[in-house]
Design a protein around this ligand. Structure first.
Ligand code: NAD
Length: 386
């Protein structure tokens, strides 16, 4: 594999792929020769390129990972597809649904394997919840709700390219982390979000941008700063309607003190409920009306067969974020190594550009709903813009 954009999440892509044991990490590309060499040496990667065009042309690279800031996703992915390489992109696939659709069409035309790292799908208890719903244990699900809250953008001195629309897109918090939550609950419930009603807020509308960029979650100690106006949202309240009639709600924020990676969802059915918290990911809460509630521990011997393969340690041995990320890579690379074709049935933690496109449609609909102050259908805005 070769990776373009060796920043915060890029290092975790490399770590996850190395743990598979049957993939060679051969090259990385950064924005200059010097930074690429520095990062390659730090990560123990043999080849370093100062441009993504050079990496995608390397015949030793069969799979291109894209972990660049959002505005580079389109050119990096198109370049990889033009060379017939399989592409694993981080989310959001693109900054607009129209661009995501264009990438999906280009990937289908190229006939290569395409994937988006919606990595929370790789948690064993997420797969357990999905299996329980598919098997009817909850009964028909009528309410799907939760939140994704962080605090790393709480101070006016906190800054990220995510807050600059030309680099991150029109949406900030919703595209950045709301996209994870929406993909996750749709995956678990097996039904898509069809309508949204959104109220977006910019709590910190002036930020002090440091003169040098810093990675996500890192504090910049740089003293030279420039005051910049921020227009994209750092807080969002969203009502949801799902296929089949289930209702839902989502809170998203990156300015919520005390929440580090506070993703959680709850689903209420006519017979039972489930709740999963990313920060306590080795437990699944099961709620019942006429029997005691339960907390199912991540223990392979207690999980449904389809969820068991995502747990690698016995009960009581905690697994975490990086293990779930590795599970996603195992699903994708297992598919590639088996010589499967893009349309073949694929394992559940493997999200494709189609999922990335649908996710971008949800984000576009949320932005449009906020502008109009009205319920907005997912997909409506894409059709209008194409
Ligand atoms: N799946 C997840 O949980 C997760 C977590 C964090 C970020 N992400 C996504 O991953 C992507 C990267 O986010 P990040 O937080 O790692 O950002 P980052 O800023 O830490 O890293 C981006 C890297 O890209 C490099 N880069 C910039 N221009 C480049 C160019 N022209 N060619 C090659 N490299 C270039 C930067 O130098 C930096 O090393 C984003 O799309 C983000 O949404 C996903």
């Amino acid at each position: 594999m070769g990776l373009v954009g060796p920043g915060f999440v890029g290092a975790h892509h490399i770590d996850a792929v190395r743990r598979l044991g049957f993939v060679d990490v051969v090259a990385i590309a950064a924005s200059s020769d010097a930074s690429a060499r520095r990062k390659a040496d730090a990560l123990g990667v043999p080849k370093a390129y100062g441009s993504f065009e050079a990496l995608v042309a390397d015949p030793d690279v069969h799979v291109v990972h894209n972990t660049t800031p959002n505005h580079l996703h389109v050119p990096v992915i198109l370049a990889a597809l033009a060379h017939g390489k399989h592409v694993i992109s981080d989310k959001p696939l693109a900054m607009t649904a129209a661009d995501a659709r264009m990438l999906l069409d280009a990937a289908n035309k190229a006939g290569v394997v395409h994937a988006v790292t919606f990595n929370y799908r790789g948690n064993p208890l997420v797969q357990q919840a999905r299996e329980m719903i598919a098997g009817g244990e909850l009964g028909p699900v009528h309410f799907i709700h939760g939140a994704y809250l962080q605090d790393w953008l709480l101070e006016a001195t906190d800054f990220s390219w995510r807050l600059e629309p030309e680099k991150g897109g029109e949406s900030s918090a919703v595209a950045d982390i709301g996209s994870h939550w929406c993909d996750l609950v749709q995956h678990v419930a097996g039904r898509r979000i069809v309508e949204v009603l959104a109220d977006l807020t910019t709590v910190i509308d002036t930020r002090l941008k440091p003169s040098t960029s810093s990675e996500a979650f890192a504090r910049s100690g740089d003293a030279a700063r420039e005051a910049v106006a921020v227009r994209s949202e750092d807080l969002a309240s969203i009502l949801l309607r799902f296929e089949g009639g289930a209702k839902g709600s989502l809170s998203v924020g990156q300015v919520c003190a005390g929440h580090k990676n506070g993703l959680w969802f709850e689903m209420n059915g006519r017979q039972a409920s489930v709740r999963w918290l990313q920060e306590r990911q080795n437990e699944l809460w099961i709620g019942r009306r006429d029997a005691a509630n339960a907390v199912l521990a991540k223990d392979p011997s207690l999980l449904a067969p389809s969820a068991r393969s995502y747990a690698h340690l016995p009960g009581g041995h905690q697994e975490g974020w990086a293990d779930a990320f590795c599970n996603v890579m195992r699903d994708i690379y297992g598919f590639i190594a088996a010589g499967k074709r893009p349309g073949d049935p694929r394992p559940p933690a493997f999200a494709t550009f189609e999922d990335g496109y649908h996710s971008a449609c949800v984000v576009d609909a949320i932005l449009e709903s906020h502008r109009r102050g009205a319920w907005t259908s997912v997909g409506e805005t894409v059709v209008a813009r194409r």
